[in-house]
Design a protein around this ligand. Structure first.
Ligand SMILES: [Zn+2]
Length: 482
């Protein structure tokens, strides 16, 4: 089986649709918010009624341009909207407004590091603006399918790659990177569960070493990374099996059925001219000045890839840490502020990757919604550094002040300061030795494990507030000497 697969190469290109984070729709002033009751956010334009003219939302253009710049694209000073015709119940006017002949931007590149793979570049062919269609949903109460036009007219960018992927790991690494970049910029929330990021997978196979592309199929609207990965595995195997049987792959659109775990033929699409594209007569060409583009370029924030490189260079952090910290923009900013306040970078990184991410995942929130201040974390680190609390107490303090509060005051109010009186530690150790003759003789007979038990007992007597190193030294002395 392995041998057989190794003779074939899978070639994948991706078209990703990302909803832009605007308040309004692309061509009218209806709200673009997700989650409103069905058909609440629509006007005659959203519903495709004749005689209403589209007016372009400038905020959507700005977000699209910022996204395209971050993906390394050349943004065109002139782009043109076209009508793409097709018939569907969620598209009442019979065409989508998109950019086909002259897209907003071209020729970008994204660096990816796939799991079990080498870092490499994925080329972006183009980025263009378009509006979303409505959404069909099943009405369980009435037992029929209905249509919700709230999504109709929501601004999208479509990001089209070159056929640069060879497997699902590479595709998922690219989508993760894309998501991080667009979230950093505030271009999109990229919430897969709300359909803000969906992709179409174009896939073909060819004999290893061949430079010609095989016949491709397209799987549309994959809404989770898991679905993307499984759809690619399935479709790649299906096409290889066809070719090995001497049959041919039909160029067509296929639907991925997540429950049945297979792709199903929807319609054959021999030719793109089916869509009968032509320039949208109601919208002038989109003209962007050089000054406008320079200004947006100057206002771009530092992107995750740049941050990762800087974290290894300036702070000497391992690649893994740099990736974790830059995964969310708010988390990276929290880290940078903590370090700016004097925390040792690796120590701050460990606390953020361990304790901060633990708290965030327990609450199921992003770092942007966290109320812990960098000042509080720096104070906790200082308390440990000064030997005033031990590591376990520090975690307890951290949990207590995560939603607000002063670590110093919390330590004082709860009498958590470490017992630094060695006389007190000594008396506790003596009592533990007296009360635990079994473990003591075990230890003396060479059972190292009993030592940990005795340290634990001493710590318990001291209310968890002693420095474990001090207990270790005193306990060892007493056990060996007496
Ligand atoms: Zn509208």
């Amino acid at each position: 089986m392995e041998d057989r697969i190794a003779r074939w190469e899978t070639v994948i290109g991706l078209e990703t649709h990302v909803e832009l984070a605007t308040e309004r729709k692309l061509f009218c002033s209806c709200s673009a918010a997700f989650g409103a009751p069905a058909n609440q956010n629509c006007c005659p334009l959203c519903l495709g009624e004749p005689g209403v003219r589209p007016v372009l939302n400038e905020k959507a253009v700005e977000l699209a341009v910022r996204g395209a710049l971050a993906l390394g694209c050349r943004v065109e000073t002139v782009s043109v909207f076209d009508r793409k015709h097709y018939s569907s119940p969620d598209l009442p006017r019979g065409y989508q407004i998109t950019q086909f002949y002259r897209p907003l931007a071209r020729d970008g590149a994204v660096r990816i590091t796939p799991e079990n793979g080498q870092e490499h570049t994925v080329h972006i062919a183009q980025v263009h603006l378009e509006d979303d269609a409505g959404r069909l949903f099943h009405d369980w109460e009435h037992g029929d399918t209905r249509v919700d036009f709230n999504r109709s007219g929501v601004p999208l960018i479509e990001i089209v790659t070159r056929p640069d992927f060879r497997n699902g790991d590479e595709v998922v690494a690219y989508l993760e990177e894309l998501k991080t970049i667009l979230q950093y910029l505030g271009v999109s929330d990229c919430k897969l569960q709300e359909g803000s990021l969906r992709c179409d997978v174009n896939l073909s196979v060819r004999p290893e070493g061949s430079t010609e592309l095989g016949t491709r199929t397209e799987m549309k609207n994959l809404g989770s990374f898991r679905a993307v990965r499984r759809a690619i595995e399935y479709e790649s195997r299906r096409q290889i099996a066809l070719l090995e049987r001497g049959e041919r792959v039909v160029q067509e659109t296929r639907r991925w059925d997540e429950d049945r775990n297979e792709s199903i033929s929807m319609r054959s699409k021999e030719d793109a001219r089916d869509y009968h594209y032509f320039p949208e007569p109601d919208l002038p060409p989109l003209v962007l000045s050089e000054e406008y583009l320079l200004d947006l370029r100057a206002r771009q924030p530092e992107l995750p890839g740049e941050k990762r490189a800087r974290y290894s260079r300036e702070y000497g952090l391992p690649d893994y840490d740099a990736r974790m910290l830059t995964g969310q923009r708010a988390l990276a900013e929290f880290f940078e502020r903590t370090v700016a306040l004097g925390a040792q970078p690796k120590q701050a990184a460990n606390w953020i990757m361990g304790q901060v991410l633990r708290q965030l995942s327990q609450r199921n929130i992003g770092a942007e919604h966290m109320s812990l201040s960098p000042e509080a974390l720096v104070k906790i680190l200082a308390l440990v550094e000064e030997g005033r609390i031990n590591r376990n107490t520090a975690v307890q303090v951290f949990d207590a002040v995560f939603d607000g509060g002063d670590p110093e005051q919390y330590v004082k109010a709860n009498r958590l300061e470490q017992v630094s009186d060695t006389g007190l530690v000594e008396r506790a150790v003596e009592r533990v030795i007296r009360e635990n003759p079994g473990p003591v003789s075990d230890f003396r007979a060479g059972k190292e494990k009993s030592f940990g038990f005795l340290v634990g007992q001493t710590m318990r007597l001291l209310g968890g507030k002693a420095d474990p190193k001090t207990i270790n030294i005193i306990l060892k002395n007493k056990l060996v000497v007496e």
